[in-house]
Design a protein around this ligand. Structure first.
Ligand code: GDP
Ligand code: IMO
Ligand code: MG
Length: 420
C-alpha cells in the first residue's frame, strides 16, 4: 500500500481495514515522521512507528530494515498502546533498521534553521540525518544494541564527526558518547530486546507458508527521495520498490499494489504544488477535512485532485488499483474539479514535466463537474452514492487508468465501500 500524493492520504485507515485479511503488516521505510490515524468506534489511534495492523491480535506487526527507529519514541508508542489495552508483544523490529539518535534530531532542526527561508519544512524527527549516516556508513543499527562494545564504538565514531559539526559549524555543545550510550542501553535495551529479530527471515517464512503480508507505505510517491519533488522530499523511498529494499523481499512476491489517494490533494511542508488553492475552496477542504498534521499539527496545504500526478504514480509504483479517501469532504461543494493536464509556457501537456522548473510554472487544466451536495458519511455500497459522485470517480478512474476498488467516506473503520 502506497501513498500516491504528498502523504496523509489515509494509509493508516486502509492498512487497518485490509489487515483483517492479512497475517503480517510491515513498515518498510520512513520513521516517526509518519502519522497514521485509525478510528475504531469512538477511539482514535495516531501511530508513528508501529504498523497500523497492530490493533488486531492475529497480526504480527513488523518494522522492516528500511525504517529508521527512534528507540524512545518506539517504546513510548508501545507503552501508549499497552495502556489502551493493545497487546504489542508480537511486534518485531529488524536488527538491520537504523537508529535515530538525539543528535540526528538536533542536526535536523539546526539544518532547517540554517536554510532559513529555503527550509524544507521537515518534521524535525531526525529522518534526513539518520538516512545520511546510513548512506555514509556512519549509522548505528538496532542490532548494535545487542553488543555493548560495538554500540559504544559506533556511537563514539559517529560523534567524533558530528560533534565537530555541532560545535564548529553550529556553535553548540558536543554530545558525550558514553553518556548517550549509558542512557540508551539503560533505558531501551531490555524493553526492546524481545522485539529485535531477523525480520527478512520472518517475512519469507510467512510467505512460504502461504500467508498474506501487507507492506504499509509511509509518506508518499511525491515525497520519494528519487521520484519526488526534490529537495522537498523525505529521505527514503516510499514508492512500491522501496518495499523490496526495505524488507528484503523480491518484487515477484508482490501481487497487488494499492495506491491511496485523497479525493483532493494536501501537502505539508514546502515544495511545488500545481493545484494548490489559496481561496475559500481550499479553506473549506482544510476545515471540513481537518487538514492539520497528525504529527506536527501544521496546517496542510490544500488543492484539487491532480490526475497528472496520479498517472505518474501509476507508473512509478505499478499500481493495480486505487482507494479514494475523504470523498465526504467534498459533499458540500457546488462544483468539483480534477486537473487533467498542465499548461507550461502556453503548451498543453498530459505528463508530469521531467524538469522541475517546469512544474513550478505548470498551470493546471481542469475539468469541472457538478458537486453531489449529499452527505456521504453513511454510504457503504455503490448504490448509496449519487450519480454526480459516481461521475466524479469515473472521471478520476478514466484519467488515471487504473480501477478504483475502494472509496472511503469518513474516518471510521466502517465508512467505506467496495467499488469494483
Ligand atoms: P496517513 O498518514 O495516510 O495514514 O493519513 P493521516 O492519518 O495522516 O491523515 C488522514 C486523516 O483523515 C486522518 O485523520 C483520518 O482519520 C482521516 N480520514 C481517513 N479517511 C477519511 C475519510 O474517508 N473521510 C474523512 N472525513 N476523514 C478520513
Ligand atoms: P504520512 O506517512 C505528510 C514531509 C514533511 C516535509 C518532508 C520532509 O503520515 O503520510 P522529513 O521529516 O521526512 O525529512 O520531512 O516530508 N513529510 C510528510 N508529509 N505525511 C507524512 O507522512 C510525511 N512525512 C514527511 O512535511 O515536507
Ligand atoms: Mg499522516
Amino acid at each position: 500500500m502506497v501513498g500516491t500524493q504528498w502523504g496523509d492520504e489515509g494509509k493508516g485507515k486502509f492498512t487497518d481495514l485490509l489487515a483483517k485479511e492479512m497475517s503480517m503488516v510491515v513498515r518498510y521505510q520512513g520513521g516517526h515522521n509518519a502519522g497514521h490515524t485509525l478510528v475504531v468506534d469512538d477511539e482514535t489511534f495516531a501511530l508513528q512507528l508501529v504498523p497500523s495492523g497492530v490493533l488486531y491480535d492475529h497480526i504480527e506487526p513488523v518494522i522492516g530494515n528500511g525504517v529508521v527507529v527512534d528507540p524512545f519514541v518506539l517504546l513510548a508508542e508501545l507503552d501508549m498502546l499497552n495502556r489502551r489495552g493493545i497487546d504489542t508483544r508480537n511486534l518485531r523490529v529488524s536488527g538491520n533498521a537504523h537508529l535515530i539518535m538525539p543528535y540526528h534530531q538536533q542536526l535536523d532542526a539546526l539544518q532547517e534553521r540554517h536554510l532559513g527561508k529555503s527550509k524544507l519544512g521537515t518534521t524535525k524527527r531526525g529522518i534526513g540525518p539518520t538516512y545520511a549516516d546510513k548512506a555514509t556508513r556512519m549509522g548505528v543499527r538496532v542490532q548494535d544494541l545487542l553488543d555493548e562494545q560495538i554500540f559504544r564504538e559506533k556511537l563514539a565514531a559517529a560523534l567524533s564527526h558530528h560533534n565537530k559539526v555541532l560545535t564548529k559549524v553550529f556553535n553548540r555543545l558536543p554530545v558525550d558518547p558514553d553518556g548517550l550510550a549509558d542512557k540508551i542501553l539503560g533505558e531501551c535495551l531490555e524493553p526492546l530486546r524481545p522485539h529485535i529479530a531477523d525480520t527478512t527471515d520472518l517475512i519469507h517464512t510467512a510467505l512460504e507458508s502461504g500467508q498474506h503480508v501487507l507492506f504499509e507505505g509511509a509518506q508518499a510517491t511525491f515525497l520519494d527521495l528519487d521520484h519526488g519533488t526534490y529537495p522537498f522530499v523525505t529521505s527514503s523511498n516510499p514508492t512500491a520498490g522501496g518495499a523490496c529494499a526495505g524488507t528484503g523481499v523480491g518484487p515477484r512476491h508482490i501481487d497487488r499494489v494499492l495506491g491511496i489517494a485523497k479525493a483532493y490533494v494536501t501537502r505539508v511542508g514546502a515544495g511545488p504544488f500545481p493545484t494548490e488553492l489559496f481561496d475559500d475552496d481550499g479553506d473549506k477542504m482544510v476545515d471540513i477535512g481537518h487538514e492539520y498534521g497528525t504529527n506536527t499539527g501544521r496546517r496542510r496545504r490544500p488543492g484539487w485532485f491532480d490526475a497528472v500526478m496520479l498517472r505518474h504514480a501509476v507508473r512509478l509504483n505499478s499500481l493495480t488499483d486505487l482507494a479514494i479517501t475523504k470523498l465526504d469532504v467534498l459533499d458540500t461543494f457546488e462544483t468539483v474539479k480534477v486537473c487533467v493536464g498542465y499548461e507550461i509556457d502556453g503548451v498543453r501537456t498530459d505528463k508530469l514535466p521531467y524538469h522541475q522548473s517546469d512544474l513550478h510554472d505548470a498551470v493546471p487544466v481542469y475539468e469541472e463537474l457538478p458537486g453531489w451536495r449529499t452527505d456521504l458519511s453513511s454510504a457503504t455500497e455503490p448504490r448509496h452514492l449519487p450519480a454526480a459522485a459516481h461521475t466524479y470517480l469515473e472521471l478520476i478512474q478514466d484519467q488515471v487508468g487504473v480501477p478504483i476498488s475502494l472509496v472511503s467516506t469518513g474516518p471510521g473503520r466502517t465508512q467505506f465501500l467496495h467499488l469494483s
